[in-house]
Design a protein around this ligand. Structure first.
Ligand code: SAH
Ligand code: SF4
Length: 404
């Protein structure tokens, strides 16, 4: 059974009362909270303390209404509510898969050149021992990996750090992952063992290293121990191989890393993951070898999508383990998830097993990733929203010239 709920969102209602759309503090950095408070007349010497209170209400407790901030004066609460909201991205639809996977289509506020409010997808995957939230970093993607649905959607725009954090807040709201969300609340914070969302993966729409600064800031907010407190060891950034940014990401953000490998020769990788033409396998693996913090306890995950007759021969499997020799690595074999119009097929199960056996024998454990949420097109690489990028002439008809 696939459940589709529309308009379940309480968010996005700002503006309905004629105040105009208020900008949200849900997703704000500590610095932004301080500026917001300062603009409301809070004296400089109180900014640290007051922003700390807001931080804790927003990120440790998940509240969505300034009125609930009981240790903030009534007067300041009223000022905050008059100037800001705590809105999350607006939910356009929520789908629940047979296997419990949930996918949200979210509408973001219009910014800059946006002709319409753009939309992105976020996915929650519950498993026996963990709950993984797969978040998006861009609307669409500039890259055009031939097996990826997102790759068929042009880049509409980068997400702001607030919109990236907003996906986490919204998912926590929807799965009941805040203190006291279920059952009687003792007011305490949620112990790690009781959390539903234990892992965050930047494997949704977009190439996160092409939106470096926003993703970095968002992950700082996600990892802050006084707030959302997601350990960086349980946050994984997946990249198609933006080599110059890999080292910088490790040094500045220090999360776990996943590489979309998918081929063992430059000839094939040039086709499947076209960024390979710019940064070939040799350079990519060199960046992996020197990834800051890499050790046997902190391995890089190499993702390998299984495409029938394309990259799934046993010679490919042997070449893969040879290529990765010496790099502390995990290998994730991903059965190809088809989407409307895709030019590939998923490898046969027996072939995936034979391929996995070679990988296993080389010392890599349980490498096949079970597809989740396929019935709601929520699996890896199936995400795509209808948002389109308009040409300059469409954004501003006054500038239209014939032939544009
Ligand atoms: N842009 C980043 C992160 C988003 S894609 C990247 O490319 O790494 C997340 C993962 O899903 C990547 O490994 C990607 O190669 C894989 N993927 C894309 N399309 C897929 C599909 N149709 N089936 C299975 N995996 C897919
Ligand atoms: Fe973009 Fe990643 Fe899809 Fe490639 S696989 S098109 S980089 S989202």
């Amino acid at each position: 059974m696939v459940l589709i709920l529309n308009d379940v969102s309480a968010a996005g209602k700002a503006g309905a009362d004629g105040r105009g759309e208020l900008s949200t503090l849900a997703g704000a950095s500590r610095g932004e909270l301080k500026s917001a408070l300062s603009s409301l007349g809070v004296p400089d010497k109180q900014l640290r303390m007051r922003s700390g209170q807001l931080w804790s209400w927003i990120y440790a407790r998940g509240i969505g209404d300034f009125e609930e901030m009981t240790d903030v004066s009534k007067e300041l609460r009223a000022k905050l509510a008059g100037a800001y909201s705590l809105d999350r991205p607006q939910i356009v639809s929520e789908q629940v898969s047979q296997d419990g996977t949930r996918k949200w289509l979210l509408r973001l506020p219009k910014r800059g050149h946006d002709a319409k409010a753009p939309e992105v997808e976020t996915v929650y995957i519950p498993e026996a021992d963990r709950g993984t939230l797969c978040i998006s970093s861009q609307v669409g993607c500039t890259l055009t990996c031939t097996f990826c649905h997102t790759g068929t959607q042009k880049l509409v725009r980068n997400l702001t750090h607030g919109e990236i954090v907003g996906q986490i807040l919204l998912a926590r709201d929807r799965v009941g992952d805040w203190p006291g969300a279920e059952g009687p609340s003792d007011g305490g914070l949620l112990p790690d063992a009781e959390r539903k969302i234990t892992n965050i993966v930047l494997m949704g729409m977009g190439e996160p290293l092409y939106n470096f600064e926003n993703v970095r800031q968002a992950m700082e907010i996600a990892a802050d121990s006084g707030g959302l407190s997601h350990s960086k060891r349980r946050i994984t950034l997946s990249t198609s191989g933006v080599v110059p940014e890999i080292e910088r990401w490790g040094a500045e953000a220090g999360t776990m890393l996943a590489i979309s490998m998918h081929a063992v020769t430059d000839e094939l990788r040039d086709v499947l993951v076209p960024i390979n033409r710019k940064y070939p396998i040799k350079d990519l693996l060199q960046a992996c070898r020197t990834y800051p913090g890499l050790s046997n306890a902190r391995r890089i995950t190499f993702e390998y999508v299984m495409l029938k007759g394309v990259n799934d021969s046993l010679a490919d499997a042997r070449a893969l383990v040879k290529l990765l020799a010496g790099i502390p690595a995990k290998i994730n074999l991903i059965p190809f998830n088809a989407w409307p119009g895709a030019a590939y097929e998923c490898s046969d199960w027996e072939q995936i097993e034979r391929f996995a056996e070679i990988v296993n024998k080389a010392g890599y454990a349980s490498p096949v990733r079970t597809p989740r949420g396929r019935d709601i097109l929520a699996a890896c690489g199936q995400l795509k929203s209808a948002s389109v990028k308009l040409r300059a002439s469409e954004r501003d008809p006054a500038k239209a010239t014939s032939g544009d």
